[in-house]
Design a protein around this ligand. Sequence first.
Ligand code: ATP
Length: 537
Amino acid sequence: MASTPGTDTAPAIELRGISKAFGPVQANKGIDLVVPRGTIHGIIGENGAGKSTLMSILYGFYRPDAGEILIGGKPTAITDSQTAIRSGIGMVFQHFKLVQNFTVLENVILGAEDGGLLRPSLSRARGELKRLASEYELQVDPDALVEELSVGHQQRVEILKALYRQADILILDEPTGVLTPAEADHLFRILRGLRDEGKTIILITHKLREIMEITDNVSVMRRGEMVASVKTRETNPTQLAELMVGRKVLLRVDKAPAQPGAPILSVRGLRMVDTAGVERLRGIDLDIHAGEILGIAGVSGNGQTQLLEILGGYPEKGARLEGTVTLNGQPLPLTGSDARARRQAGVGHVPEDRQVEGLIMDFAAWENVAFGYHDAPEFQNGLLMDNAAIRADAAGKMQRFDVRPPNPELAAKNFSGGNQQKIVVAREVERNPDLLLIGQPTRGVDIGAIEFIHKRIVELRDAGKAVLLVSVELDEITALSDRIAVMFDGRIMGERLPDQATVADLGCLMAGVDPATTAPEDAITPATAPGLDEGVR
Ligand SMILES: Nc1ncnc2c1ncn2[C@@H]1O[C@H](COP(=O)(O)OP(=O)(O)OP(=O)(O)O)[C@@H](O)[C@H]1O
């Protein structure tokens, strides 16, 4: 074992009075936390509550301003991540830290020798990796390049990397945000297995369902403080939501039946072949009417990203496109990068990956709130940009969306993940676009903010706008959509009304099987459907 516990009964982790400030922001205020050995411990809290900061302190990324860390009962100064690794701590980040053009094996052994372990021979390392992969059901090809793996398999590599370094304590920061339901189930099986053999798991998540399903204990953070630590079986989602947000939260979407009007978006025969020659879209037909939300469910990597990018006006450069798209009866050009023209035509777009396409991370929040809308008349002052107007506009949007801290001068990278998401959603929704394209709208967003974002999407619909929602969260799709289309392998596999759609039915469509046209003996259940677990980007 990498760690040297003080005693077997000592908690795996004990934090005493941990504080950390970033300038004026007090991210952690005198945090106490006890995590018993061999348990799964959930940490929840609103966006910006200080969860990632606390875990980054535990992993040696930040030094606390005050406080003490005990690992296995032993006071431990975690000065850097190598010390954390030597103390038996492993971390799986929200945004993986893998080298994309290295193989799985190379990634797993990369840096392990710096952790005080002997540099292993490649064949020994390969043997060890295979043993870990089969022991923990984390099968992945050691020689595959990481960039060729699905997100779920990349996460397996991260976990294997921690286990290879003999981690006793595993911290996972929102591990299911990028996973399909089947992948999330598989991950939970693995985490339970690890716990049952004595490892300690800390799970940061915004999903109360996951907290209730898998954790033994849960701690709640609010505005830098630890406000409660309870046994999971003695609490419930409503109580946790209130502890987190400090008020009652509606855990379901409140909306009246849709009153669809004329079509706003019509897509016919849309095909796309990417520059590698892969056919990503194989003839998409869809209509979205005024006053309607069309939800697209599907495993990531089945063409949803390409569909959003084409409709948003920035298809992959060099891709071959066919078909027609009309917005309010006017044909839209398919080729060429014209995201700005698309916005002027009334299309708002929240891309799936906020950090890559939604924001310029080094730019201030106010610049990001105007991103793509710089030529709006209210931002002009003669020939110059009216920066004061842009700043004031950003401050209003940030306040209405409760972005924390509501400081337009802060660079996008210095906001927590959920607050970054709120910045992108505020920018697009507040323009009242005729068509809102919105990909993974609440990824990494806390429940208070989910309630708010969902409400704004429904308000947009009720104002007679059309919404195309892409999400891997089936709960989100069924709660928000007026119609659900399921994408598989570049096609629309089927369409359902939300009150008629069951998870099993949608799961089959997501795996490329239409239960309506499949004989019962051939039917595939979501649990066994290969496409659900094997999605390759
Ligand atoms: N490097 C940094 N520089 C300045 N401020 C920071 C930095 N890192 C975090 N903060 C601030 O500290 C506070 C806590 O952020 P943290 O990322 O820990 O929150 P979180 O609970 O993990 O949120 P989320 O659920 O959105 O990921 C936030 O107000 C954030 O803006």
